[in-house]
Design a protein around this ligand. Sequence first.
Ligand code: TTP
Ligand code: MG
Length: 387
Amino acid sequence: MEKYIVHIDMDAFFAAIEQRDDSSLRGKPVIVGADPQAGRGRGVVSTASYEARKLGIGSAMPIAEAYRRCPGGVFLRPRMSRYNQVWQNIYAILVQFSPLVEPVSIDEAFLDISNSFPLFGNPAETCLKLKKKILEETGLTASVGLAPVKMAAKIASDLSKPDGFYQVEKKDLLKFLAPLGIEKLWGVGKKSQKILNSIGITKIKDLARADKEKLKKIFGKNGGHLWELAQGIDRRQVELPEEAKSISNELTFSRDTSDYGKIEPALSKLSEQVSTRLKKQNLRAKNISLKIRLANFSTHSRTMRLVKATNFYQTIYEAAKKLCYGFGFGDKKIRLVGVKAENLIPEGLNDSLFQEAGQAKKEKMDQAVEKIRTKFGQNSIWRGGSL
Ligand code: TTP
Ligand code: MG
């Protein structure tokens, strides 16, 4: 299946937010960074608005130098919590376009829209809708690149700046890369650039023609990777953020217990919480694990691989129960239990045509419970097992 990878990067992010929040700053050179102290400041520029960039001011420049170039500019200290908040709003828009979103920094993310674009038209239309929605909802412009691989999508968004869109089709990938400088490749830093230049490699097409084994000798394993990038091969997939890789809840009993009459309702409640969190993030788990801490504080865990990735309460609860019975703690008392969903994938990515026997019915029941909760609150309905 053909891949459609999107890279989005907000334009002059911190400065654009300042100009949006205070309309008197629009059209003016705005420099966000350290205090310039009338040219004596010792810090650096975080970013500059496009008006200030015309004067050669940009990220990482000494603030004193920026002041010298534009003493009449508007110099502001960064308001990180504000920028984070705006990025959260943008992120909430991104996940409406694909569940597979990988944030890279405070204003940048990759999306894999290979499965979701038909909902919005073709891949290019999807990107334009995404840009439009971000502008409508946040008043900010984004630059968007679309390509069959991550590194080309990133280069494309960069080339389209500001407020642009650039698509690289699969058939044009090598033609697109060939004339670019090697420093454009994601993974070529200043040091590698210097070494490559010294052996006559300046353009991506030079790198593509270079001897792979020679590159490996110079750069080790990375040499092979660089050579592949120059051929348009990038095996890196769009990955969910680290914190979304597992979801778990645990509970400590008020008294250590070996009574299944107490343990089962605890597992039910934990499975319920894990299920709700998975659904909220549009994720399904391939593995469920159970954590048990005994009265003597020894901690154990057992994992089960599911036939089909799930976010449904009943399936999680049954897996947790099976693991618990299989653990065989005898009459040893338990202090804490935990249920964890691991190996998470975005909803809709592995929808099998054949559902587990009986699963469809359980899923319907689960959806009904969720509906009641959304309407009447989290505690309006509890399942038999967790009463
Ligand atoms: P960038 O996306 O690199 O820059 P930008 O959004 O300001 O401008 P562009 O239109 O070229 O994308 O970085 C995002 C934010 O991260 C930027 O607004 C400020 C911050 N930042 C720093 O604080 N220091 C730095 O050296 C860089 C590069 C960015
Ligand atoms: Mg940016």
